[in-house]
Design a protein. Structure first.
Length: 79
């Protein structure tokens, strides 16, 4: 099996949702090309915590923001 699939922008536009579903199932990245040049890469997100280092993980911040950013003090907007 190839390490990634290559799809032209026209095909990607026509079959976008099916391509996204396939990437989510088989985790094979898709490189999107325009006029023969690679312009984007679509990859699956690994939902297993800690299985992959992700820079700027919104998922982590959204779930546990108080644990990382709370000082324990009440905030007074009038101060």
């Amino acid at each position: 099996m190839s390490s990634e699939r290559i799809v032209g922008a026209t095909e990607f536009k026509a079959r976008c949702l099916a391509i996204i579903d396939r990437v989510g199932i088989d985790h094979v990245p898709v490189v999107i090309t325009k006029r023969g040049r690679s312009v984007a890469r679509l990859v699956a997100i690994d939902e297993t915590p800690g299985a992959r280092e992700t820079m700027g993980s919104v998922h982590l911040i959204a779930e546990e923001d108080a644990a990382y950013f709370s000082t324990g003090e009440e905030w007074d907007p009038e101060r």
